[in-house]
Write a protein that binds this ligand. Structure first.
Ligand code: F0G
Length: 457
């Protein structure tokens, strides 16, 4: 048997540097035990995010050179327009500088005070843009998603009965849309099945409500449909993507993920009238409607990235690398949200650090331990992120305490995965000696995890 290998070879490299444990102890102390405060040079393997951290291909870099920087009607805009029509099937779109900007532009038209927006684990900024408008995001993700050991193949799915309960109780004019997050990032990079997309679309139809796809990792979602869902094995990723998007009225996109660019985003529309209204906000917040905060060269690279990002061989390489890390962790019995996600492994911090009290930020403590162990930077998806209840100001303790290890696209090799797994094993093996976490010295009133200052408990 011939083993599996990457679908690309490497043309350019960037050096990274190891450090000593003594150096890291000083650096993390200077960073007030907040991993966001580290400089990237203090990090050996950076798994903070898969957003904007991917490696562009030679084709993308070549497209950069032919970017058209005209203010209005640039050739690059039309390249992007064609890619969105061919790949997602939308006629109308606006470029934006990233995903949250796309949310801001679209929600400025559609979301008003008192509205209800059901969905599957709305991403932080999506929820932020809903709550900022005094509307409410209601999470209708299936219960299986909150049990890390459950091997459900589509843990990102929406629970149709939870969704119907929300729709039944809310007047149609108070439900601007349902958000389907592809893949469901917060639940562990878990996919939504085609059957579930169809089910949600039918229910949306029944109640006269529109569908928005939060599309950051739509191509990874399509890969899981092809490899896990009956009836899709023989379809191409591009065919599956077109089938998925048939059901969407709107799409917002962080192109920093599955379009494999370092910066960029867009919002797509079926409806010309909403597109026209949103155009005004785009001009105010982002830029003229044919560039929306993006350089021409970046729109060119995005168009190529969408094409490459929806190729099966690329996706197979990418998602098998994440699965490889999962298998290594299995060998060492390190527990994580199963099955392995599309863009990341989410380590189950409660099980890895059973002796750290929840008041001392378990997942953050694990993040610091992994950094001290080998200079690896993950991100806390736990109590710091869940923040305080706006009314009581008490900590909100989430259903899971996770440390996300997000894998940048086409950046690290499986040797790096081996280092990550070995470091996680070492922390796991000394779990009984780790009994103390951290306490907060300073925090912001909202989105505290980015800037929080901690000290040893
Ligand atoms: N939607 C999802 C599902 C996301 O994961 C993100 C960003 C956004 C929207 C917002 O896009 O960053 O381009 O403004 N996720 C990054 C992450 C930051 O690390 O998961 P953006």
């Amino acid at each position: 048997d011939i083993p599996f290998a990457e679908s690309y070879k490497i043309k350019m490299v960037e050096s990274i540097r190891k450090s000593t444990r003594e150096e890291r102890e000083k650096w993390i102390n200077d960073a007030r035990y907040n991993l966001f405060n580290l400089s990237s040079e203090q990090v050996y393997i950076d798994l903070l995010t898969d957003s904007g951290t991917g490696a562009m291909s030679d084709r993308q870099w070549a497209a950069m050179m032919t970017g058209d920087e005209s203010y209005a009607g640039a050739r690059s805009y039309y390249n992007m327009k064609k890619a969105l029509k061919d790949i997602l099937g939308f006629d109308y779109f606006l470029p934006t500088h990233q995903g949250r900007a796309a949310e801001n532009v679209l929600f400025s038209v559609l979301v008003k005070s008192g509205d209800i927006v059901p969905g599957n684990s709305h991403f932080d900024t999506t929820k932020g843009h809903i709550e900022f408008r005094s509307a409410h995001a209601i999470d209708c993700t299936i219960d299986e998603a909150f049990d890390p050991e459950n091997e459900h193949p589509f843990k990102g799915n929406i629970d149709l009965s939870k969704l119907e309960d929300v729709l039944k109780d809310t007047p149609r004019e108070k439900t601007p849309f349902i958000v389907v997050t592809l893949t469901n990032n917060t639940a562990g990079g878990q996919p939504v099945s085609m059957a579930n997309i169809k089910g949600v679309a039918e229910m949306a139809d029944k109640y006269g409500v529109k569908l928005l796809f939060d599309s950051a990792r739509f191509a990874e979602n399509a890969y899981f449909i092809k490899t896990r869902e009956q009836g899709y094995a023989d379809k191409s990723i591009k065919e599956i993507v077109l089938e998925m998007y048939q059901y969407a009225h709107y799409a917002t996109m962080s192109s920093k993920k599955d379009a494999i660019v370092n910066m960029g985003g867009f919002v797509c529309f079926r409806d010309e009238e909403v597109f026209k209204k949103a155009s005004t906000y785009n001009i105010m917040f982002e830029g003229f409607i044919t560039y929306g905060g993006m350089s021409g060269r970046d729109m060119n690279a995005l168009a190529v990235g969408l094409d490459e990002g929806t190729e099966f061989e690329y996706l197979e390489t990418r998602i098998r690398q994440v699965a490889y890390l999962g298998q290594k962790l299995d060998e060492y019995n390190v527990p994580y949200q199963r099955p392995a996600g599309g863009h990341a492994i989410f380590i189950d911090a409660r099980k890895v650090l059973p002796n750290v009290p929840k008041e001392e930020y378990i997942a953050q403590t694990l993040g610091i331990e992994l950094y001290l162990e080998a200079g690896i930077r993950g991100v806390e998806i736990g109590t710091l992120l869940a923040d305080r209840d706006p009314d009581t100001r008490e900590n909100r303790y989430p259903k899971m305490e996770l440390l996300r290890l997000a894998i940048p696209r086409r950046v690290y090799t499986n040797n790096h995965m081996d280092v990550i797994a070995a470091a996680a094993k070492n922390v796991y093996d000394r779990r009984h000696t780790i009994t103390k976490g951290y306490k907060i010295k300073n925090e912001a009133p909202i989105m505290r995890h980015f800037t929080v200052e901690l000290e040893k408990a």
